[in-house]
Design a protein around this ligand. Sequence first.
Ligand code: GLP
Length: 254
Amino acid sequence: MRLVITGSYEQMSIEAANIVAGQIYLKPNSVLGLATGSTPVSMYQRLIAVHKSLGLDFSQVTTFNLDEYIGMSPDNPQSYHYFMQENFFRHINISPENVFLPNGLAEDMVAEGERYEKLIEARGGIDLQVLGIGQNAHIGFNEPDVKFAATTHQVELDSETIQANSRFFASEDEVPRYAISMGIKTIMMAEHVILLANGRNKAEAVYKALCGDVTPEAPASILQLHRDVAVIIDKEAAAMLPDTIRGVNVTRKS
Ligand code: GLP
């Protein structure tokens, strides 16, 4: 595991965008796993800027998003479909037929999970997965649990997550209670993973992910077992980390 501690959210976003852009330059038909939330917004802005200024070409890129709220149609501004269109897809030259998110309106979520897994497999698997982290150390919408859920599945959101995500809604009551999310195995199968986190409110989750036991009670801790993870965070999110962490190669960039 590599850990890059940056001086700011902007620096974190540049580092992350460079990794994604590098992946696409090396393999123009890359399959990317993408995340929503406030954390990757500036990374998407950087990638859009690189597309516009240097011609970073997304025409052969395929994307799979981590998750979607259940019951939300793609044209609902609170949906992750809408978020991705607004924050990324409509600004780049990606082909709509290469963009995938779980369908939050599917009648049968078990079948939808299977369909999504098959789609990922048919595209050759995920080359680079981008992750944020929840305050409770969730990745995607894999909430703390007694076991790791393997593949794309329906989840009931934690009260902590509902509260954290209520900032995007008019009130907490409007936050959906259920979502469909890639599972831990889906994420762990990705060739490369980058985990992003910024802000003091993520410091405990980052500590659990990097220094805690590998446990489904802190889902991000599973990344300690992945063969190629870069954790890119700002200094606030690194506030609880010790100077050295076993098995982690630490770089500091201001
Ligand atoms: C959300 C998403 C995650 C995201 C996380 C953190 O609920 N399901 O994929 O990484 O919570 O969100 P934010 O980046 O807004 O802090």
